[in-house]
Design a protein around this ligand. Structure first.
Ligand code: ATP
Ligand code: MG
Length: 354
């Protein structure tokens, strides 16, 4: 699902604007899958993005510019995503006899009944889901709307960074695209399966559940690695930057693991469990086939095993940068460890090949 601005372009870079960084990824299509042409993760200054809203569009734009430069990508167009919390979705019914242009016109006429904003303040898109079960001759149509300011602050940041945003997607739907890539890359098939993708980032954790490869549930709550960073700062008197770095590369005193890291890992397990319970109660069901762990917190050694042991569901790390070709100029050093945090950027980067 996307708000497509202008025509689709095959020469896109995916740009994920998260709370801590701008993540940029350029892919190309190969015979057997995808190749990484370039990528960069550029940190954002504190408070540039707060609760997914761009507080300082200029600072985000400058980070996009640095990311683009450091990646070396020559592409001019971008795909960006808005978080699901900034999006209203509604399933409506329309006659299946309508031609695409008639459907479009009818939706424009009726949409204001379903959307609590004036239509000139929103970006609106729709997708035909398929025949309506309860109404012969009608299709279920998914309506998606977001206030234009949510879309515009992202496209404006890209513009400052030297990229023209051509595709605006919605975060959970970008992960749907990444799931396709993960299956292709790893030669697996999730048809008939229920897969829970749990992304634990810096400030937010999100769960997307896919059944038969379609998104059936999504939820987002504040929890993330920033809490661990802040605890490290407090306990060891480190700056935010230093605390963030030692978390990845190590070098903290012996009491770090038992006193700080272990309790945080336990919190991650509890969060994973809570998120699944939310899904189970919404779904009237108590089963997922697999948990895929993503986001920067997936980099904590042993965390997938710990979650699997406690919850009893097979758990592994989602890494789109595993088993993927890379162009010769791409720095290999952090590639594999950055992968799990690149799910949104990755889904966006594939949008040029729809
Ligand atoms: N190897 C690692 N071990 C522990 N923590 C890590 C590791 N790598 C990254 N992190 C932590 O992961 C977090 C960043 O993850 P990610 O890039 O997924 O977040 P984000 O997408 O920027 O944030 P959000 O989704 O909340 O807006 C930071 O808190 C960072 O310290
Ligand atoms: Mg994130």
């Amino acid at each position: 699902m996307n708000f497509t601005i202008g025509n689709k372009q095959s020469s896109l870079v995916g740009v994920d604007i998260s709370s801590t960084s701008v993540k940029l990824l350029e892919l190309s299509r190969t015979k057997s899958g995808y190749r990484i042409e370039s990528y960069a993760v550029e940190p954002l200054p504190a408070n540039a993005v707060n609760e997914k809203s761009l507080q300082d569009v200029e600072a985000v734009g400058e980070a996009v510019k640095r990311a683009l430069k450091r990646s070396g990508s020559k592409r001019k167009f971008a795909a960006v995503a808005v978080p699901s919390a900034m999006v209203i979705t509604k399933v409506i019914q329309m006659p299946d006899s309508l031609k695409p242009s008639e459907l479009e016109a009818q939706i424009q006429l009726e949409a204001d009944q379903y959307i609590p904003y004036s239509l000139d303040e929103v970006n609106l898109d729709h997708q035909i889901i398929g025949p309506c079960e309860h109404q012969p001759g009608a299709n279920d149509i998914l309506l998606v709307a977001s206030r234009s300011e949510n879309v515009e602050e992202r496209t404006a940041a890209c513009e400052i960074g030297g990229l023209s945003a051509k595709v605006v997607d919605i975060e959970p739907y970008t992960i749907e695209h990444t799931c396709k890539l993960l299956q292709e890359q790893n030669n697996v098939d999730w048809q008939g399966k229920t897969i829970a993708v749990l992304d634990m980032g810096a400030t937010m954790t999100s769960l997307c559940v896919f059944r038969n490869n379609a998104l059936v549930y999504t939820r987002e709550q504040p929890f993330g690695g920033k809490q661990l960073t802040e605890e490290i700062m407090r306990r060891f008197g480190l700056s935010y930057e230093d605390a963030g770095r030692v978390k990845r590369v190590g070098g903290l005193p012996d009491n770090y693991e038992p006193e700080i890291l272990t309790p945080f890992k336990d919190q991650m397990v509890q969060q994973a469990n809570r998120f699944l319970q939310f899904f189970f109660s919404a779904d009237n069901n108590d089963y997922v086939d697999q948990i895929l762990l993503a986001g920067g917190c997936a980099g904590i050694p042993g965390i997938a095993e710990l979650i699997e042991d406690h919850i009893g569901t097979p758990t592994s790390i989602a890494n789109p940068f595993e088993n993927i070709e890379t162009a010769s100029g791409v720095a290999q050093q952090r590639l594999l460890s950055d992968g799990p945090a690149m799910l949104i950027a990755c889904g966006l980067a594939t949008r040029g090949f729809d």
